[in-house]
Each structure stands twice: as structure tokens, then as C-alpha cells.
Write a protein that binds this ligand. Structure first.
Ligand SMILES: CCCCCCCCCCCC(=O)SCCNC(=O)CCNC(=O)[C@H](O)C(C)(C)COP(=O)(O)OP(=O)(O)OC[C@H]1O[C@@H](n2cnc3c(N)ncnc32)[C@H](O)[C@@H]1OP(=O)(O)O
Length: 156
């Protein structure tokens, strides 16, 4: 993996259909996240149909961007901790156990949003990621995600 590869480009096909981050979901956001030093970055351009109040993005969009940015960050952080390539096996797959979002200011819909994440904790199967969302350099939302490695019996 090179520095500019997106984490999500390395997700195996069977977990690449997520609405937020799956590259194989034509209706989804298909976010792309990369490392920037110890932070992770996603840039996303909201669409007009993501409107809440006219001119501003729907909070659910912001929450889902934080969600998938953070689960991607969790996976990448585990690979980085083990010094492994994201294509290597066994794959780390993370799902969201907890998603907390504080909406600090309205997020304009007509400009790209930048989501930056930092790993706060890695403990066993759990990774805690804190994120900040900015539009035009202005902090508009903060998030915290508890991501947990998907158990073999997920959904059973
Ligand atoms: C590269 C390919 C990528 C591919 C990835 C592609 C998929 C992208 C997914 C995108 C994000 C989603 O939308 S995922 C979909 C939405 N999420 C879900 O459907 C998940 C539903 N929930 C579950 O299945 C389960 O609750 C799990 C798996 C999350 C956790 O259950 P578990 O496996 O039994 O975990 P458990 O042992 O209890 O807990 C492990 C640790 O996590 C903590 N923990 C557990 N739940 C919580 C919680 N709600 N809030 C805080 N902390 C929690 C525990 O305290 C413990 O910490 P400690 O005591 O060790 O400190």
C-alpha cells in the first residue's frame, strides 16, 4: 500500500458494499480515507440531495461520514500497529459499536468537508477513534466512534 492509497480500496469484495464506504455500492458515499502522518483524512463533497435546512448538509450524512471514516481508521491502525499491508491476511474488519456526534455549527452543502481522525485507544478487538469535521477550515462537527473487530458469528 502506498501513502496515497485509500483504505477502502483494500477492503475485500465481500465487505465492500457498505453504504458509507463500500466501493462496490453504487448508491453509497464511497468515501476514500488516507493517512496524513498520525491522522487519517477523508474529503467528501456533499450533493444537493443531502440537504437538511437549505444550504446545509443533513446531520445523518455527517454522522455516516464520521462512522465510516472511523471504522476505516480503526482497520488501518490495526494493520499499521502490526506492520502489515492492508491487503494481507487475515483481514481486519471493524463494525461500529458506538457512534457519538456533536454538531457544532451547520455544515455548508456547497463545499467539500474534511474529516480528520485520530486513534485514541487500541485495546484488544476495540479501537476508539476521535474525528473532526471541517468545512472551509471551520470546525462543524466532532465525533467519537468505538469500533470493534467483527466477530466470526456477526449477525448470528
Ligand atoms: C479491512 C476490511 C474492513 C471492512 C469493513 C467494512 C464494514 C464497514 C462498517 C461500517 C460501519 C457500520 O455501519 S457497521 C454496522 C452497524 N453496527 C453494527 O451492526 C454492530 C452491531 N453490534 C454488534 O454486532 C456487537 O455489539 C459488536 C460486534 C459491535 C460488539 O460485540 P462483541 O463482539 O460481543 O464485543 P464485546 O466483546 O462485548 O466488546 C468488545 C469491546 O468493545 C466494547 N464495546 C462493545 N460495545 C460497545 C458500545 N456500544 N459502546 C462502547 N463500547 C463497546 C466492550 O466494552 C469491549 O471493550 P473492552 O472491555 O475490551 O475495553
Amino acid at each position: 500500500m502506498t501513502a496515497m492509497d485509500a483504505f477502502q480500496d483494500h477492503y475485500p469484495d465481500n465487505v465492500a458494499h457498505c453504504y458509507g464506504c463500500g466501493r462496490l455500492n453504487p448508491h453509497g458515499h464511497q468515501i476514500k480515507t488516507i493517512w496524513d502522518g498520525d491522522e487519517t483524512v477523508t474529503v467528501y463533497q456533499p450533493e444537493p440531495f443531502h440537504t437538511s435546512v437549505p444550504g446545509f448538509a443533513y446531520g445523518g450524512l455527517i454522522a455516516s461520514l464520521i462512522d465510516c471514516h472511523s471504522t476505516g481508521t480503526a482497520a488501518a491502525a490495526m494493520y499499521r500497529q502490526e506492520g502489515r499491508d492492508m491487503d494481507s491476511l487475515p483481514a481486519f474488519r471493524f463494525v461500529t459499536a458506538s457512534l457519538h456526534v456533536d454538531f457544532l455549527k451547520p455544515t455548508p452543502i456547497d463545499a467539500p468537508v474534511e474529516i480528520r481522525g485520530r486513534v485514541q485507544e487500541i485495546k484488544g478487538r476495540k479501537v476508539v477513534v476521535r474525528t473532526e469535521v471541517r468545512s472551509g477550515g471551520v470546525l462543524t462537527a466532532r465525533g467519537e466512534v468505538v469500533a470493534v473487530q467483527m466477530p466470526e458469528n456477526f449477525g448470528a
